[in-house]
Ligand binder design. Structure first.
Ligand code: HEM
Length: 540
């Protein structure tokens, strides 16, 4: 073939190379950004961006919920070249996450999270599905699986009583006290450390790094995770890398301080009966390094603190917005406990309404409104839809929970729905139960289901029962107008953003219900002090 004369001159050659590079770049960035043949449906894509321009930076789950109405229980979007499948239908979830769990249970490994913040697969959220992740989960089961989780009860019980006392003493700090309590149960049972106040370094450091980490974990995280070529840019123009390194440094400072504290104590023969001690003792059995032990344990603080605290705060907010719920809950705890003692987990069978409150709070304000990402390990087909290996999937919990076809008045906090029907649905779902419908999807399902679900449910049950037993709670009155101050419960304005949702601090008035309640609370606190004594005692 004759070469055109144009290419044989030096400027012509340079121009040709530039043109070819330009075309190659366009092809590289455009290829794979549109929805492939037979992919689940979804919004129209643009070259290079895919659907990135349509996904809001804040609270993307609200958009995902809108799209679920438009495209159905399974649909797909493209974030640059990445295919993302969003599921909000329980039957589809059951089929993919549960039945086909062997190929739907891995995690994506984004550059920032998996290579900078938590490299070397130490953190379970950035770990491919395989032997190490199964080993981590086996250790979690030993600590907080069914039949084991009861060992944590003494801390849950003592800490919830302490929270009541702290709220009674300084109600304006109810928010900080609740956050401290959620972290404290885990710090005590996992690391043998009692944080006295929210301002203690273990608690503030955890919550600070947790907020930063939650933003990194969110789908709308750093741009480099969507355009991987950006990882080759130098630090000076890569602020996300510098930020990610600081999050890693914060993680490690806290994690290793706690691990080393325990090792030093154990060398002196001091024992607190904690999870970390067991993992250190069992090293020859599970083969986890010190580094991995630190992450196994600290992940519990991360995964369990803001989820639990959010739910406790959501419950308080719901009680203000739906005062009838408080009345009904109080009737139940009063019937079972009277005024002379506080509720305990042993009362669970007699307190179906409190149990329904736990289910309803998980539905009303799910702490992970679009779950955690799963990664498909092999090409797969579902009902005529093709999903390529490497597809990232999200369970859109918000869309599931706010579905008017499933829940009556989904925006309302109505624990009764779980009394009328154990699934909370407006239709009788007993028949669906045969095909695997679960009462609760807030903890996920399949092989990645939350291993802390029993731990969380116990904390929430005991705390909710004690809270309504001890306090009347209401929206404070504005002294200027004499009217209740406005209460905002809207997720768009009253809640923080990130992978997890937590309400901002809201106005609330706590009033201990009677002198008898106060005395019983003080007596219970004396019993709880036995738990706290070995850590040098708690302060209120
Ligand atoms: C109301 C409280 C909680 C909710 C709603 C919740 C929900 C979830 C969800 C949705 C997932 C992801 C499941 C998936 O990938 O499909 C998860 C993972 C996880 N949760 Fe929870 N969680 C809660 C409390 C806790 C607590 C208290 C702990 C531990 C003390 C905990 C430990 C974990 C861990 C370690 C994972 C990662 C599991 C893995 O990747 O294999 N969670 N949780």
């Amino acid at each position: 073939m004759a070469i055109p004369i144009f290419w044989t001159t030096a400027p012509g050659l340079a121009l040709g190379v530039c043109l070819a590079s330009f075309v190659a770049t366009i092809i590289y960035f455009t290829k794979g950004t549109s929805r492939g043949k037979n992919f689940p449906p979804g919004p129209p894509t643009l070259p290079i961006l895919g659907n990135m321009h349509l996904v809001p930076q804040e609270r993307p789950y609200l958009k995902f919920t809108e799209w679920a109405k438009q495209y159905g229980g399974i649909y797909s979007i493209k974030i640059a070249k990445q295919t993302i499948v969003l599921i909000s239908d329980v039957k589809i979830l059951k089929e993919l996450y549960d039945k086909r769990g062997a190929i739907y249970s891995s995690r994506p490994l984004p550059h920032i999270g998996a290579e900078i913040v938590c490299p070397d697969q130490t953190h379970i959220i950035y770990m491919p599905y395989g032997e190490t992740s199964r080993n981590y989960r086996a250790q979690y089961h030993q600590f907080m699986g069914p039949g084991k989780v009861e060992q944590i009860l003494p801390w849950q019980s003592a800490e919830s009583t302490l929270l009541l006392k702290k709220i009674a003493t300084s109600p304006d700090r109810y928010y900080e006290h609740t956050m401290r309590m959620a972290t404290a149960v885990i710090l005590e049972s996992v690391f043998g450390v009692l944080p006295k106040d929210y301002d203690d370094p273990e608690v503030t450091e955890l919550w600070t790094v947790q907020r930063e980490f939650s933003e990194i974990l969110a789908l709308t995280g750093p741009p480099v995770d969507h355009f991987p070529f950006l990882k080759w840019l130098p630090d000076i123009v890569s602020p996300w890398r510098i930020h990610a390194r600081s999050v890693r440094a914060m993680h490690r400072k806290l994690y290793f301080r706690l691990l080393n504290l325990n090792k030093a104590r154990m060398e002196k023969g001091e024992r607190y009966g904690t999870f970390v001690e067991k993992l250190i003792d069992d090293k020859p059995k599970h083969g986890l390094s010190d580094e991995r032990i630190a992450y196994v344990c600290a992940t519990l603080m991360e995964a369990g603190s803001d989820t639990t605290a959010s739910q406790a705060l959501d419950f308080m907010m719901a009680l203000l917005a739906f005062p009838d719920v408080l009345k009904k809950a109080q009737e139940e705890v009063d019937r079972v406990c009277g005024t002379s003692r506080l509720p305990t987990l042993d009362d669970r069978d007699q307190m179906p309404y409190i149990e329904a409150c736990v289910n309803e709070v998980l539905r009303w304000r799910p702490p992970l409104p679009y779950g955690a990402p799963h990664l498909l390990m092999k090409d797969d087909w579902y009902e005529g839809y093709f999903m390529p290996k490497g597809t990232v999937l999200f369970q859109v919990q918000w869309a599931m929970n706010m579905d008017e076809n499933v829940y009556e008045k989904p925006q309302d906090f109505m624990p009764e729905r779980y009394i009328r029907n154990r699934f909370g649905t407006k239709f009788n779902a007993e028949k669906d139960a045969e095909t695997g419908r679960k009462e609760q999807y807030g903890f996920g399902l399949g092989r990645k289901i939350c291993p802390g679900q029993w731990f969380a449910r116990n904390t929430l049950f005991v705390l909710f029962a004690k809270l309504v037993w001890a306090f009347d709670m209401k929206v404070p009155t504005d002294p200027k107008t004499g009217k209740p101050v406005p209460l905002d419960t809207d997720v768009r304005t009253a809640f923080m953003d990130g992978l997890t949702t937590t309400p901002f601090k809201f106005p609330i008035e706590f009033k201990i219900r009677s002198k008898a309640h106060e005395e019983a609370l003080n007596t219970d606190l004396v019993a709880s002090d036995k738990i706290f004594a070995k850590y040098g005692g708690a302060t209120v």
